[in-house]
Design a protein around this ligand. Sequence first.
Ligand SMILES: Cc1cc2nc3c(=O)[nH]c(=O)nc-3n(C[C@H](O)[C@H](O)[C@H](O)COP(=O)(O)O)c2cc1C
Length: 658
Amino acid sequence: MPNGYPALFSPFTLAGKRLKNRIVHASMTTRMGEKGRVSERQLNYYANRARGGAAMIVTEPLSMARHQHIPYKIVAYNDDELDGLKRWADAVESHDCRLLGQIQDPGRGRHEAGRNPEAVGASALPDDLSGTVPRPLTVAEIQQMIEDFAQSAARLKRCGFSGVEISAGHGHLFHQFLSPWSNARDDQYGGDVIGRTRLIAELIAAVRALCGKDFILGLKLPGNDGVPRGIDPPQAGAIAARLANHGSVDYVTFAQGSHARSLEMHVPDGYGPRAPYMPLFHMLRKAIPNVPLMALGRITDPAEADAILARGEAEFIQLGRALVADPAWPLKAEHDRAHDIRYCVSCNNCWYMGAAFHQALCCDNNPRVAKVDEVDYRPKPAASKKRVVVVGAGVAGMEAAWIAAARGHDVTVFSRSGEIGGKAKLRAQLPGGEAVSSIYDYQHAAALRAGTRFELGITADIKNILALKPDSVILATGASMIAPRWLPPDAREFVLDLRVAMQSVLHTKPRQAGTAVIYDMDMSEGTYASAEILGERFERVVIVTPRDAIAEETAMVTHQGINRRLSAKGIEIMTLSEPRWNDDFENGNLEVAQVYTRAKTVIRNVAFFAYATPRAPDIALAAPLRAAGVNVRLIGDCLSPRNVMAATSEGHAAGHAI
Ligand SMILES: Cc1cc2nc3c(=O)[nH]c(=O)nc-3n(C[C@H](O)[C@H](O)[C@H](O)COP(=O)(O)O)c2cc1C
């Protein structure tokens, strides 16, 4: 049956291997490996993406050289994990999906705090983020490493893998050799573009020599690393032309950013355009006109992907985060069910959880990552039908509601605001948040399909809840920011919780005289997105925080973008500062003290002042409901204020628990 995306679902052959469509899973570190071994969870993760319809999957980086010892990376440089590698290949290839292992080494690149004493690199120059200075590899070590990588690639082939991808972007080791910013060698592996590309050229030749032409060999190159004196697009074109022409590799893709202030570029978020790198790909394609190109970077929608292919801008689409959010993205697109895709919202919390907390790959919009039944998940019917009341239509409540209703329960949702989405709805209206709406849009549609009733614009109280004779009540009533201690009670009328204040800012006239001040103890993204809007409405915006930096509770890639935009928009940040409240505020003057020295600054002409602070759960209904003998379950912020990921996952669990 023809589908709506003919270009996306046409086959293509790489290295003599047929790929059933043009969808490729981009490499993403899952952190699911255990002590160098393939875990069951990891097998599920990859098998699910294969079952979900991708034509090819690039794995996370493997340990493919003898110096690589990272516990969550799977050992492929010797025979210790042969069985796991075979099971991995089988779990994917058995679904007519080609599996490629990724060859990569971080070199000096490190985005965690602290130095990496074991780092090797092109030259003894510091990593721009961590300051790690690598030990330069000797020529003999480079050649040993190339030999190791090639031998490991051959081992992967013997285990049933269809190919390998060399990851030379993101500021990792190969990138460090390619870039004049990090490669100051004066031997054959440094100097001009020929010297700097030599390591990868030799690696390509070595893999080909051992694995042959029927083994897919892909190359992920830097397209624009955003580092002054690094690799700009013309340099990237020269590198690609040198490495990829003449049939040396089977495909090329380009990654942006580096281990520097530009790291954010590699996982573009919602603040910029969709598919932001297509103009760059367009340009770089001219350097490698005859090499199959894989478009990459915030491509989330099948129509978008199909159009890129139909316009001839690439031969394949690599999807990273979109396939974390929904492994059945390809199947749903193929069977005209794109409306049923759980979309990636480009929040980068998957990246954050891994990089900052060493957590396995997870997703705000997919509570079932790597579960056996993850693909096109449909809840199983409950043993007996219950009456369920959900209070709150934010993402926690809505997730609980659709799951419970899909399991056959009789579900009623109360929403005081009269709208679906709760606080996520506000986030969706602020800069960078538009895609967030797809989380609750999906939940809403699924809940309606399953017969959920909505009481919109109705404040749930004991009376109207008990009138429904519920067997179970799920409280998803969220949380409110706590007024700062220095703010006197009588001032709380006009100095507001930022989230409450923004509701009215969004609906007021475009521009106002005076200064907007945010007192920031929250450190999360919504606060700075609010500051951006305030920058459009007020003459001046000042963020005052007692901490020594802002945006600390966001991913590094996110706070790089926050700092970049706030700087560009002239939004001022006063760190280590705390308001000192006095009556002069009535005249528009806010006194601020440095937290250590108590030195005083006055911010004048203040026309807007709101606080973004830690939140307290809104649990007023819990005790009376319990007293009335009702089974009550708290989820999301109402249980403990955190983030969207906690909300969707707890909502999901609550919907199954009844
Ligand atoms: C959590 C996470 C981990 C990643 N790990 C890797 C990696 O190990 N190797 C790699 O080449 N790219 C890695 N990437 C980058 C992706 O392959 C891809 O280039 C990037 O996410 C942009 O594609 P997308 O917009 O489709 O997500 C990672 C991305 C994410 C979100």
